[in-house]
Design a protein. Structure first.
Length: 267
């Protein structure tokens, strides 16, 4: 099981959209994925039509009052599960801050998941602030996946994230954390700007940037209001194809080197 924090302190860059749709596309490929909605706004939760569930979030497990395994909901898609968020989570920020092990609460909470082999990937959909919940996600994660919008200042945002990862490593909270992947989102093929931003980010971050770029698509922003992922809402559109391609690339990057060699096309 690999824990992937989907994080960027900037709001509205496609974190939740990527958690939901990459999760759905991985499940379509037979992987078992758990999305943990760590954002009190609960956007991932409502993307699955689960808004309004009460008392079912990571709040109690974080404070030691329940097990994470008691808060897992199935979604309509086989192999894809979610721990919903609710407004209580906003309160958890304050309460965790008072606890002695306040940076590693989430890592502790997720331990029961490590012990059984139910999930291949756990995605932590982070809120867009550098608060306690996001710090806990970075302390609990094996890697960071950062969606970034194809717009000016993309690089500056990334520099801040790199610094944040270094801080988490230096603090000793999580020495293995790395910024393993960058996904460029909301690519607009009609403008030169998108092309330029992608080229610039690739120049600085090389192979960490996924080959697959997610296009700007109205379908992607409509799907959540129907409680559907893009794979159900517009299965053959460009956005669904992009998230499927991202899932294939993600799996390739996360398979052991021997398996990777087998999957490589023959010369
Ligand atoms: N590729 C895309 N094309 C068009 N709209 C998109 C795309 N990706 C995301 N959106 C829309 O942009 C908005 C922000 O996306 P999303 O909620 O995924 O970002 P976020 O980083 O999770 O935001 P927050 O920081 O508030 O949690 C949403 O309305 C979403 O539907
Ligand atoms: Mg979000």
């Amino acid at each position: 099981m690999r824990i992937v924090a989907i994080a960027n302190q900037k709001g509205g860059v496609g974190k939740t959209t990527t958690a939901v749709n990459l999760g759905a596309a991985l499940a379509e490929l037979g992987r078992r994925v758990l999305i943990i909605d760590l954002d009190p706004q609960a956007n991932a939760t409502s993307s699955f039509g689960l808004q309004g569930v009460e008392d079912i979030s990571l709040y109690e497990p974080l404070l030691g009052g329940a097990l994470v395994t008691e808060k897992i909901f199935p979604t309509q898609r086989e192999g894809l599960f979610i721990v919903p968020a609710d407004l209580d989570l906003a309160g958890a920020e304050v309460e965790i801050a008072r606890m002695p092990n306040h940076l590693t609460r989430l890592a502790e909470t997720l331990k029961p998941l490590q012990e059984d082999e139910t999930f291949d990937f756990v995605f932590l959909d982070c809120p867009p602030s550098l608060g306690i919940l996001m710090s806990n996600a970075l302390a609990a994660a094996d890697e960071l996946l950062t969606p970034i919008q194809c717009e000016y200042f993309a690089l500056e945002g990334l520099v801040k994230i790199v610094r944040l990862v270094e801080q988490v490593r230096d603090s000793g909270a999580n020495k293995r954390l790395e910024l393993a992947g960058i996904v460029m989102t909301m690519f607009d093929g009609r403008t030169n700007l998108s092309e330029q931003v992608v080229a610039e980010v690739r120049q600085h971050f090389g192979e960490r940037v996924y080959e697959t770029v997610i296009p700007r698509s109205v379908r992607l922003s409509e799907a959540p209001s129907f409680g559907k992922s893009i794979l159900e809402y517009a299965p053959s559109g460009a956005a669904a194809q992009a998230y499927r391609a991202l899932a294939r690339e993600f799996i390739q990057r996360h398979s052991p080197p021997a398996a990777r060699a087998l999957e490589a096309p023959e010369q």
